[in-house]
Each structure stands twice: as C-alpha cells, then as structure tokens.
Design a protein around this ligand. Structure first.
Ligand code: F6R
Ligand code: MG
Ligand code: MG
Length: 368
C-alpha cells in the first residue's frame, strides 16, 4: 500500500517555562486531528510530545509536502497556540514564525519529517523525537544504524541488507545536498556529517531496492528566523527490520550519550539522553537534551502503537553516563566547549553584545 508518514512538530508554548507541555494543548490537537481523520484526509494519527514540543504523527495518501496536510497542521498549531495564550503558557506560538500559512510549513518554523513508502507485509517504524537540541543530532545515530557494522550486525550477516545504503546529506548553510554511498564513501561522508551544525543527514535509502529507510527534519530555526528563537528539536523516522536495520540495531546508537548542541538557551553542548515518554521533561539547566523513541507497526496506514522504546532498564547505564558527562560539562560554566563555539553563537545574544562593545575595541599598539 502506498502511504505517506508525516511527522510535523512545533513548540507552541511551554509548561512550566520550556520544560514540558500542558495536557490541554495535547487535548486540543487530539480533538482537531480526530475531526480531520473523520473527514478522511488522514488515515490515522498519534499526538506525542517531547519536552515542550508538540508532535503530530500522521498517515495519509496525499504524498510529501501536501498543501492540505501542511495547512491543517499549521492550523492545529495555531489553535493550540490559542490554548497556550489563554493559560499564559511560556512562549505561546514560539515556533510559528510566519503570520499566515503559505503553501508549506517548511521554512515557517515547524520541523517536518515525511516519507512516501510502500507499506511492507510488516512495517515496523521508529519515530525519534528530541528536545533541547538541533537538527544534525541524528547524524551519528543514522551513520551507526546504516553504515557501522560495529553497531549493526546485519551489515555483515544479513542477506537482505547486502549492498549498503545511500545517504542524502544537506549543507544547512548553503542549502545544497550531496549523496554518498556507504560503505565505499564513508570516509568522505564522515568529513561532512561529523560537523552536524553545518551538515545534516536528511534521508537514507537502501541501495539494493532504492526504498527510503530514514528521513529527518533538517529545518534550522535560527537560520529561518535569522536570530535565536529556540532550538530545532528535530524528529527522525526510521523503518526497521528485513532490508533495514533491526529494531535493536536502530536503538543501539543511543546507548552512547553523544554530545549534541542545544541545552540551556540553545547555546551549550551536552549529552543526548534517551528517556521514556514520562521522563522527557528537561529540567536540569533546561536539559540535558532528551530523545524519545516511539515504535509503531503500520497496518494499512493504521498506527499500531506506540511502544515506548527507551522505557527499558537496559538504557539505565546510558542515562547514568549521560549525567556524569552532563555534570562534567556543567562545571565549565560559560566556557567552551560547554558553551557553543563563537561561530555557532552568532544567532544568540552575541551580535548585540558585539555591537554594544564595538567602539571600545582598540587596535593593538605597536611596541606595547
Ligand atoms: C532551549 C530552551 C531554553 C530557553 C531558556 C530561556 O532550547 O528552550 O533553554 O532558551 O529557558 O528562555 P527564554 O529566552 O524564552 O526566557
Ligand atoms: Mg519552548
Ligand atoms: Mg523544545
């Protein structure tokens, strides 16, 4: 069955501060998407949240970048913003950067990950949702899943995975993309995706069948707004099993709390901590950054699930390790590498400070 799986997300108001989401916002989204499902535009939907981000997970047959789907999502975020305003929640409508919808939510603030797929006989998918971090956070996990045999045993021993994967890599600053074939080109690819603030893995394809295996949201809020307006808090969809990595191979990369950018004021490096749905309220120094994983089986477009994939004591040591790393970084206070490097701070308060102090910078005198 030809299907589109769309995840469209936005922060439209935090509770309390930027920590979590008030249940009334989720109830509003549930009510509205319920109506859309009845109208027939959606086959199914699931409302999720990670930290202060509202995630609309939807299945339909309209294809990627469909105007009706994007418009309805935008309107849902607008309606939830109204609820947030009434409750005086924090940063109501924060990610809605445009005054009115114009054709596609990409470039308007919300994050989008969508894939057209031919639903297989059995279609397990995992939707990863992160808070307090940036698009690019998926680079290392996607590399490990689809290109690293030390993570994914199937790359070595599964017939169906033979042939490797094609990575679609986006230059976030220049708005260009390039494709790399793994395993032959992994060294060249790593030269780029190892710099996730500049390059992001946008999609991964099976080279054997051409099918899409993964897609991530690559919208960078700061580049859209031209200033700091909150972090991207990206999402990623991964198809699992058979010609793709197994569910356990898709979760394994998160057993190492990789250091990502985000955390307090979107201006700090910190460990990405895999947590259960109920533990995704970043409070310690507004963090540390969190990722949740929602597993579904698709059944003729129906979203059977979710299973809370990180709700497993097997990830307890990872969480403990994440907090050891977090503590060590925190002790650096305002110093790099806890604080982001200067060129990454250009969309925060730095330009203003530079301007204020501009006249006080004097040339270094010769001989002094
Ligand atoms: C990071 C985040 C928070 C805020 C911080 C200040 O993504 O959302 O760390 O940046 O709480 O928030 P404002 O500037 O809204 O007071
Ligand atoms: Mg927020
Ligand atoms: Mg957020």
């Amino acid at each position: 069955m030809k299907l589109t799986l769309s995840v469209i997300k936005a922060d439209v108001g935090g509770y309390v501060g930027h920590a979590s989401m008030h249940p009334d916002l989720m109830a509003k989204a549930e009510e509205l998407l319920g109506q859309v499902k009845k109208s027939g535009l959606l086959i199914d939907y699931h409302i999720a949240r990670v930290g202060d981000d509202l995630e609309l997970i939807m299945t339909h047959t309209k294809g990627e970048n469909n105007v009706a789907i994007h418009k309805m999502s935008w309107e849902t975020f607008e309606a939830c913003t109204e609820v947030a305003k009434k409750l005086k929640l924090y940063g109501a409508g924060q990610d809605l950067l445009a005054d009115a919808f114009s054709g596609n939510v990409k470039g308007m603030g919300p994050g989008v990950a969508e894939m057209d797929l031919d639903e297989r006989k059995s279609e397990p998918v995992i939707i990863y949702m992160a808070d307090k971090t940036a698009s690019g956070a998926w680079n290392m996990p996607l590399y490990k899943m689809f290109a690293d045999p030390f993570n994914t045993a199937g790359l070595v021993i599964a017939e169906a995975m033979d042939g490797g994967y094609r990575f679609d890599v986006l230059d976030l600053k220049a708005g260009k993309y390039i494709q790399f074939d793994a395993p032959e080109e992994i060294y060249h690819m790593l030269a780029f995706i190892g710099s996730p603030s500049h390059y992001a893995v946008r999609a991964v394809y099976s080279r054997r069948t051409g099918e899409i295996g993964a897609v991530s949201s690559t919208q960078r809020l700061s580049l859209i707004a031209g200033r700091y307006v909150g972090k991207d808090d990206p999402v990623c969809i991964v198809r699992c099993q058979n010609q793709f990595p197994a569910v356990g191979e898709c979760l394994e990369p998160f057993s190492m709390p990789a250091i990502v950018e985000g955390w307090m004021r979107g201006s700090h490096n910190g460990p990405l901590m895999p947590v259960s749905f109920k533990e995704c309220n970043p409070t310690r120094f507004d963090g540390p950054p969190r990722v949740i994983a929602a597993g579904f089986q698709l059944a003729d477009g129906r979203l059977v699930g979710p299973l809370d994939m990180f709700d497993d004591p097997a990830f307890d040591p990872t969480r403990e390790q994440a907090m050891v790393v977090a503590e060590h970084l925190r002790r650096h206070g305002p110093f790099e590498p806890h604080r982001l490097p200067m060129d990454e701070m250009e969309y925060t308060t730095m330009p203003l400070l530079m301007e204020r102090l501009a006249a006080r910078w004097k040339p270094v005198e010769d001989g002094k």
